[in-house]
Design a protein around this ligand. Sequence first.
Ligand SMILES: Nc1nc2c(ncn2[C@@H]2O[C@H](COP(=O)(O)OP(=O)(O)OP(=O)(O)O)[C@@H](O)[C@H]2O)c(=O)[nH]1
Ligand SMILES: [Mg+2]
Length: 379
Amino acid sequence: MAFNMESVTKEMMAAITKKFTNLNHLNIIVAGKTGVGKSTLINAVFREQLTETGIGRPVTTHMRKIEKPGFPLSVYDTRGFELGKVVQNEVKKEILDTINQGIASKEINQMIHCIWYCINTTSNRIEPEEINWLKELTNANQAQQVPVIVVLTQAISNPNAEKMKKLLLEENLAVAQIVPVLAQDYEIDASFTKKAYGLDTLIQIMGHCLPEELMDTLQNVQIASLVEKKRHARKAIQVAALAAASEGVVPIPLADSVMIVPTQISMIASITVIFGFDVNKSILGALLSSTIGASGATILGRTVSSNLLKLLPGAGSVVGGAISASTAAAITYALGEAYLLVMELVFTGKLQLTDINSKKGKKLMAEAFKQQLKLRKTK
Ligand SMILES: Nc1nc2c(ncn2[C@@H]2O[C@H](COP(=O)(O)OP(=O)(O)OP(=O)(O)O)[C@@H](O)[C@H]2O)c(=O)[nH]1
Ligand SMILES: [Mg+2]
């Protein structure tokens, strides 16, 4: 019954690959006049630099589809919008045709899931033709109900952005939300730089607009909101802990499989996919050895009790060779939180992905794991 690190990490890698390959494909249309900041916005929101390195291919006269192999997102970038009324009508028709084609396919991966309509805030005014265009689009879209989010780009001045938002709200457009955004820091002068903001709100709104089947994809592709990534990761941890609790009452000789059963493997895979990092077996090995295998305890049958169970809630209830439900849940929580911690540190640039399996990374995970177990013990 030896705990086989090699085979467990292999299973975890397989679960991650499977989860990632099974992600549904997210399709977004980004519309608006030239120079409003569409490309800047796209590059600030998504993990891959789509507009610089993505493959852009004309799909209609005025739309380009940008995507990257193996990345579950396509962005349709509209062009020539500023060329006047005739072109604007063509763009509108192309958008509606693309939406309808997607719906006709009856295939979630082909449908358009969201439209960002971008308006530059610095111009301080919205032209009536733009409002009319939006009205016509949203009216025509009533049957399909693809959510339209108006993004007020380059919102350097908050009061101006708010003023513009108010003006738009008064138009009663059938849009999901109007959100001011500064996608990139803006240097106002040598002594003051306005920090980027609003992207996290955009992701939150997307989270509300998109169907459930696209939640994992959204978290995988976005880099604008750590809060949302963590929220989704914690949901996965909670689900796994609850499942572990119901699976927990298993004879101790099976202790190794109690702790690294498919439930925990799937949890680690979910968190990995939410962050979208390219983890490898050695990183996963480091996670396991610094947590489950903490303080040198090999997870072999009963030996688990001596070292680990001291820290655990309900440890006294190891009766008749079974661990308690709360113990199983606590281990699962602690494992998930320890992994989430290093994912967060990598996301914020405080730790290199390749340093997770360094001494420092292992120490961080070991401490987080123990702390979480203690936390659950006192609860
Ligand atoms: N600092 C800062 N600059 C921005 C921001 N958004 C756009 N810009 C600048 O505005 C200019 C136009 O932005 P793009 O993102 O290229 O605009 P676009 O809508 O993609 O333009 P087209 O592709 O020509 O239709 C660039 O010089 C950007 O650097 C922002 O949020 N912050
Ligand atoms: Mg562009």
